[in-house]
Design a protein around this ligand. Sequence first.
Ligand code: FVH
Length: 286
Amino acid sequence: MTRIAMLGLGAMGSELARVQLEGGASVAVWNRTPGKAPSLDALGATRAATPDDAIRDADLVVVCLSNDDATRAVLDPLATRLRGKTLVNLTNGTPAQARRMARWASDHDVRYVDGGIMATPEMIGAPHALVLYAGDAAAFEQHRDVLARFGAPRFVGDDPGRAALLDLALLTGMCGLFAGALQAIAMARHGGVAAEEFAGLLVPWLHAMNGLVPAIATSVDTRRFEGGSSLAMQVLALDNLIEASRESGTDTTLLTTMQGWMRACVDAGHGADDLGRLIDVIRPVS
Ligand code: FVH
């Protein structure tokens, strides 16, 4: 049986520990503030007083803390004691932080796997949870079955920064979705439509628009920006969205940013192109 050390029992770490215990693993848990996640005790967790105690007998050390600073503060003093173990870092971080952590691990003979959790705590262990992994492929394969208890495991490459890159890119997509949804809700509510009622219209609309993303992706890859609605038309249509937004006292930052991107493309002579062309403004071709 794999012996797991779980460092960090926040909202996410406590769920990660729970599914391992329910799956029959031996789990030693540590959290900076003692007494967190008391329900883990009944599931058979071993409470460790220090990170050092938690990792002592572990083959697999899983870390899920607030950020990279916290992770380094906890792991740095453990460097020599982690030697030969697999360290799976599920703390959210940047690709550069993941690569720096991988170098640190390599310097101390620690097998390093970086992870990006594409799930909320309630989703851990449920069918829709996805966890991206990158780094030491052999270490990942050795522990794949155990890691699968968190959610569907997907290894995305040897570059230890790749899971973080994809994680942050996916979260960026989510930010756009939620920001747009909240902006839309604010406008609808100003017009007397309750948020819940409006969500009944909004969700199927966004679902239908999601269906256009693969075509946009193809246009970006092939640099053939034709076939969709023209930017020349859309930049004018945005005037109405912005005006209505202003009339309702709603912040227009999101819409004016989008319109600015469109206008830059139109001014550069790409008014006949579709939305995919915005990629050149968001990330100019070098
Ligand atoms: N919760 C979510 O929806 C998202 C889903 C996707 C992945 N994220 C990332 O997961 C990391 C942990 O998030 P979390 O939800 O568990 O966060 P908290 O509930 O706030 O728990 C934070 C834990 O980190 C400990 N901690 C913070 N600073 C330190 C430190 N300097 N030394 C030691 N431990 C530290 C904190 O301990 P305590 O405050 O209880 O003593 C918690 O255990 C995160 O990267 C998300 O982006 C979650």
